[in-house]
Design a protein around this ligand. Structure first.
Ligand code: ADP
Length: 490
């Protein structure tokens, strides 16, 4: 498999991985610092409570009273008089509560302070000159005296693997209580390692999930491009297999399939059109070839030559008409034959066309009725004349002997109407949807020798649509047909 890092799938994966990493890192770092803060706050709280114990164990002195005042201020709302209160605050008080009240307090305190030493808690007190007043036996040597902040309450500091809480009085006494935090730091280290491991697992799962999701998303795109490739290489029957239509790609596949269907239909129509056109041209060509071959086969009389030449002329005329029609359609299709857009009196155009066709109607014993109102529209007089001629000649051609034709032109609001109806044979429901198709003839048995090759209505429709109008037909088989054209009034 060729891997392209520029592919959408890789890009999605890369962004997804990057975002996941950022989120996990931010979440992990924040969680670690919260755990650390939490742990330190518990240690600090514990050290503050131990400081009360140290205070109560001190012999009475000005320094003790000074520290007690500072502690009172730090523990607002917590009364410090009485050992019981102090012990209640101490974390190690649970054992001492068991002692009977009659046991001397000093002994209790000594026991308690010894317990403190065992847990590693140490304390040191400085006087106003910075000299150490007293310190616990386990206090590390050379504890730097904390810089007095002047602010009331406890202050904390971390020195290597030691955590210390100190309180300074207004007169300059300072009490520091501390303890080693090696175990706490090791435990935090373990938390960090667990977090990194959990983060790696989540990252791996997230990446695998993202890879699977992007593969699913991209597989539809691949299907679409594979199908499009096959279609481009000439396999026009190929379609995209749409398994899921309710997402964006399903919708795209549906639209593409519809477009391919239309393209296929257009290609089919195109090849049908070419076949029909060739067929229509071949017929007069065959007539010409047969007539000239027959004339040249042996010596002919002038009348026979004349007859052969007349047949050739008729065939040439038909070919010329057909070529003209095809050219008109090709120009209309390409938008080349847009024609003029000038004010045109449609009733005059219709009148001229009707008068031209009246002899044909009379020859067929058909009465042509007209009803013309003043109706101006925008268009090309010559092209619109061709449309009226096509419709009226069809109304005469497909009429019954002694039938009638009505040609009506009127204007209503912004629309100009041309209505051509007849009492002819009508068009069956089966043929009705196809009569505007090129080379379509409802009656296949009719020969095209009379010039009706099935292009008249297709040309009329193309001209009317090029004019921004519409053409409709309604028909009852055996009773007659009505063609209605709507055009925009001038
Ligand atoms: P054609 O050159 O054959 O007349 P058209 O495109 O003008 O071609 O018409 C297509 C087909 O529609 C005709 O062959 C005919 O079957 C049918 N048709 C058109 N006009 C009428 C009409 N007024 N009455 C009945 N059938 C009609």
């Amino acid at each position: 498999m060729k891997i392209s890092f520029k592919s959408i799938r890789w890009r999605i994966q890369l962004w997804h991985g990057l975002l996941l990493l950022l989120v996990l890192a931010a979440f992990g770092i924040r969680s670690y610092y919260l755990a650390r803060e939490n742990r330190f706050s518990v240690i600090d709280q514990d050290l503050r409570h131990q400081s009360i114990l140290v205070l109560v164990a001190m012999p009475d002195s000005p320094a003790r009273r000074d520290i007690e005042t500072a502690l009172r201020a730090a523990f607002i709302g917590v009364p410090l008089h009485g050992l019981q209160q102090a012990l209640r605050l101490s974390q190690n008080s649970s054992e001492l509560h068991k002692f009977p009240a009659s046991v001397p307090l000093r002994h209790l305190l000594e026991t308690e302070v010894q317990t403190l030493s065992k847990t590693g808690v140490y304390y040191t007190m400085w006087n106003t000159n910075g000299a150490i007043l007293f310190h616990s036996d386990n206090a590390p040597g050379l504890i730097p005296k904390p810089q007095a902040t002047g602010k009331p309450g406890f202050h904390s500091r971390t020195r290597g693997e030691l955590r210390e809480e100190f309180i300074s009085t207004a007169r300059g006494f300072e009490l520091l209580v501390g303890r080693p935090i090696r175990d706490d730091l090791a435990s935090l280290h373990r938390v960090a390692i667990h977090m990194v491991m959990a983060g790696c697992i989540i990252m791996a799962l997230g990446l695998a999930g993202g890879w699977w999701l992007s593969r699913r998303a991209v597989s539809s795109i691949k299907d679409i491009s594979n199908t499009a490739e096959k279609i481009a290489s000439g396999n026009f029957t190929e379609r995209i297999n749409i398994s899921c239509t309710d997402n964006e790609l399903g919708g795209l596949a549906k639209v593409l399939n519809t477009s391919f269907d239309r393209l296929q239909a257009a290609l089919d129509r195109q090849s049908q059109f070419t076949a029909d056109a060739s067929h229509e041209l071949r017929t007069p060509l065959s007539v010409m070839l047969a007539k000239t071959n027959a004339a040249l086969a042996r010596e002919r009389t002038p009348a026979e030559y004349r007859s052969a030449l007349e047949s050739c002329r008729n065939a040439t005329r038909r070919m010329s008409q057909l070529a003209e029609s095809l050219l008109t359609l090709a120009r209309l299709d390409s938008g080349e034959e847009v024609g003029k857009r000038e004010p045109c009196q449609l009733e005059l155009v219709a009148r001229e066309a009707v008068e031209l066709l009246r002899p044909l109607a009379e020859a067929n014993g058909i009465k042509v009725n007209t009803e013309f109102e003043d109706a101006a529209c925008l268009g090309d007089t010559e092209q619109l004349g061709q449309v009226v001629t096509n419709l009226v000649s069809n109304a005469i051609q497909y009429n019954r002997l002694g039938g009638e034709v009505w040609v009506k032109v009127k204007s209503e609001r912004q629309t100009t109407f041309l209505i051509v109806s007849d009492t002819g044979q009508g068009i069956s429901a089966e043929n009705l949807p196809h009569i505007f198709e090129r080379f379509y003839r409802a009656d296949k048995s009719r020969s095209s020798a009379d010039g009706h090759v099935g292009l008249g209505l297709a040309i009329a429709k193309a001209i009317i649509e090029a004019h921004g109008g519409t053409i409709h037909v309604s028909s009852e088989f055996g009773c007659g047909s009505t063609f209605t054209i709507h055009l925009v009034s001038a």
